[in-house]
Write a protein that binds this ligand. Structure first.
Ligand SMILES: Nc1ncnc2c1ncn2[C@@H]1O[C@H](COP(=O)(O)OP(=O)(O)OP(=O)(O)O)[C@@H](O)[C@H]1O
Ligand SMILES: [Mg+2]
Length: 418
């Protein structure tokens, strides 16, 4: 039998071992906890660094302010977009300074105060006074208890998107206009020809009766009115026909110089204007219908002369150019082109009239048919060309017709049509 005391060393060893194990485990846990919290700290600081770097290098302009709209932070894109330095921004007391429409800042502030974020498209204003279209988002920054402590503003420059939208809208408008003109041309062509013949009979007979001696003055006056009205109707149907025929040009290789000169000299007979003609001697040849090109130039020149009833200057320039960039009214064309510009010093076309000038039957003249420019437009399009207009109230108007050149080997000496 073993005495109880004989177990004592064993018992002591076991207790000491348990104690040692316990202490070691505690020490292990403490060191693991230390490691964990160091790791947590490191990852929190990494997260903060990432967030601040992301905000700083974001391509959108970001600004942070307190609830009183005092500025606290602006990223690089903000400084670049608005053009202010940090010090200047801190000194800008009114956030309205950043917006073209000064009521927007107040609207944002009101929305934030009411606990709502704000977003929308507006125009911002840079330090240099440049107006930039922007999508703006203003969100509320809240503390851990949910109390609002600041405003987070993001400004996205949408100039490119707006430009692309405008180009698309212009293209749609151009296509719709071309379609409208084409269908009207087909319709008009059917009616105009016979209508013109009928009117010729009316005009001739009225003139024939008036030639008789025994007419009373009152009768003569009435017949004269019939003659004038029928003549106007005849002009209208002739213009309609020209408009309709714009659909089928009979193209040949031609030199434009002599053609332009004849058309313009004919037009200036209509008014007391000074003509300045500048035709480049090396004008490229074009594939075109000479009758239609004559009508195009005549219509534009007559309009110009009519815009200067009290006299003025008509400047007609024709030159070659390497491509045409296009504009709000005209499409771009690549390769060599011939540009014919017809400039007058008349009263100009009012901004509200400008979008309508190409419409058939649109006229501001008491005796106009409103088919001149519609015809010009249809004819130029049928020659794969384009037409541009620039007008300034009180300063005058410039129409530019752009036609593709026939080819590099086709330069024709001035004076030749072939
Ligand atoms: N050079 C110009 N200066 C000012 N306004 C112009 C000029 N050219 C055209 N317009 C405006 O455009 C409108 C349409 O011109 P368009 O040539 O189609 O018809 P119109 O000249 O009025 O009539 P028509 O050509 O049948 O005599 C004109 O009535 C005028 O208001
Ligand atoms: Mg006209």
């Amino acid at each position: 039998m073993l005495e109880p005391l004989q177990f004592l060393p064993w018992l002591l060893t076991a207790v000491l071992a348990a104690l040692w194990l316990f202490t070691e485990r505690r020490r292990g846990r403490a060191s693991r906890e230390r490691d964990d919290s160091a790791r947590a700290l490191a990852s929190a600081s990494l997260r903060l660094t990432c967030i601040s770097q992301a905000v700083e290098s974001a391509s959108d302009a970001i600004g942070i302010g307190d609830m009183e709209s005092n500025s606290l932070y602006h990223n690089r894109a903000h400084l670049e977009l608005f053009g202010y330095t940090v010090e200047e921004l801190n000194a800008v007391e009114e956030p309205a300074a950043l917006f073209a429409d000064k009521t927007v800042a107040a609207e944002i502030h009101q929305s934030i105060r009411a606990g709502r974020s704000w977003h929308g498209e507006t125009e911002i204003q840079t330090r240099a006074g440049r107006i930039v279209p922007a999508f703006v988002r203003a969100d509320i920054i809240r503390d851990e208890q949910g109390h609002p402590i600041g405003i987070f503003g993001v400004f996205t420059d949408i100039t490119e998107r707006r430009t692309a939208e405008r180009v698309r809208a212009e293209e749609r408008e151009r296509a719709a206009r071309a379609e409208r003109l084409e269908s009207l041309g087909m319709l008009a062509g059917g009616v105009a020809h016979d209508f013109g013949n009928i009117l010729t009979v009316v005009v001739c007979n009225a003139a024939g009766i008036r030639a008789r001696k025994e007419l009373s003055p009152a009768m003569d006056q009435r017949l004269a009115e019939i003659e004038v009205a029928a003549q106007r109707a005849s002009d209208l149907s002739r213009n309609l026909l020209a408009f309709a025929r714009g659909a089928e040009p009979k193209k040949q290789r031609i030199a434009l110089g002599p053609l332009i000169e004849v058309a313009v000299r004919g037009a200036v007979q209509h008014g007391p204007v000074e003509l300045i003609l500048e035709l480049a001697p090396d004008l490229a040849a074009v594939e075109a219908d000479p009758v239609q090109i004559d009508q195009v130039v005549s219509n534009l020149a007559v309009n110009a002369v009519q815009a200067m009833p009290g006299g003025g200057k008509l400047r007609v320039v024709a030159r070659n150019s390497d491509g045409w960039q296009g504009s709000a009214a005209s499409s771009p064309i690549s390769g060599t082109v011939v540009c014919i510009t017809i400039t007058d010093t008349g009263g100009g076309i009012p901004a509200e009239v400008l979008p309508r000038i190409w419409e058939p039957f649109f006229t501001t003249k008491a005796r106009g048919t409103g088919l001149g420019l519609a015809t010009v437009y249809a004819m130029v399009k049928k020659h794969a060309g384009t037409i541009d207009v620039q007008s300034e109230a009180g300063r005058g108007t410039t129409f530019t017709v752009v036609l593709p050149a026939a080819g590099p080997e086709n330069k024709i000496r001035p004076g030749l049509i072939g």
